[in-house]
Design a protein. Structure first.
Length: 233
């Protein structure tokens, strides 16, 4: 009697590569594609190299993604050179069943939101661990003007959140826009749209990492049994 060894579950890295390749089906040939930031998006960028002769190029949401795209021979355009994008492909730190997301773990949330707003469709690529019932378990990133950081942190404290300035090498991290990030824990965001609208009004906030107005239209979720497609249109 022979026994069959169990098939190992795919690693998180393999799941990211899986959804990165699946996202190619949403790229519109002959157009410029919006490209996000992060480890999952890096897998998409690597896969996108196979289509570089079939697209005009990309608009990128970060310096890191721009460098990766150009290294693969994909032209990168400034947002101001492009009127509209057919699709924006990016990851998420959390996504719920309505397509609302928390983003900004890679500190590129402001540029990500700008490119998302410029796109007709947002395709989120993520592994299954990012799907949640309610946003807030992942620390909420908020990009702030440095002089307002402490006051914004106090406002979050009044909402029950614990905020701290994100650091790199022992000093406050500086974003591609020259600002700081605060990360907020202890929140349970049941009304993402209302929450985003409120926090965006606080003086000193550049961008809050809740993506409700720029929610996903589609999510390609990497699972052990393959890519699961969630539609939110």
């Amino acid at each position: 009697m022979t026994s069959t060894a169990p098939v190992p579950s795919p690693t998180q890295d393999e799941l990211k590569a899986q959804v990165g390749r699946a996202a190619l089906d949403y790229v519109v040939k002959g157009e410029i594609v919006g490209v996000g930031t992060g480890s999952t998006v890096n897998k998409f960028i690597d896969a996108l190299a196979s289509l570089k002769g079939e697209i005009r190029g990309a608009v990128s949401s970060s310096v890191a993604s721009t460098e990766r795209l150009r290294a693969l021979g994909i032209p990168v355009f400034d947002c101001n050179e492009v009127e509209e994008l057919a699709v924006y492909i990016d990851g998420a730190d959390e996504i719920d069943g309505r397509g609302y997301m928390i983003k900004g773990g890679g500190a590129a949330l402001t540029r990500e939101k700008i490119v998302a707003a410029q796109s007709r469709r947002f395709v989120c690529i993520a592994d299954a661990s990012k799907l949640v019932n309610t946003l807030g378990a992942f620390p909420l990133p908020v990009e702030v003007i440095p002089m307002a950081a402490r006051r914004v942190m106090r406002q979050f404290a009044r909402l029950g959140g614990l905020a701290q300035v994100r650091e790199k090498d022992g000093v406050p991290l500086v974003t591609d826009n020259g600002q700081h990030i605060i990360d907020v824990t202890g929140l349970r965001i049941t009304d993402p749209l209302g929450f985003e609208n409120e926090v965006n009004q606080w003086p000193g906030v550049v961008t809050v990492g809740v993506f409700a107005r720029q929610r996903a239209n589609v999510c390609l979720l990497g699972t052990a049994s393959g890519v699961r497609t969630l539609q939110f249109d």
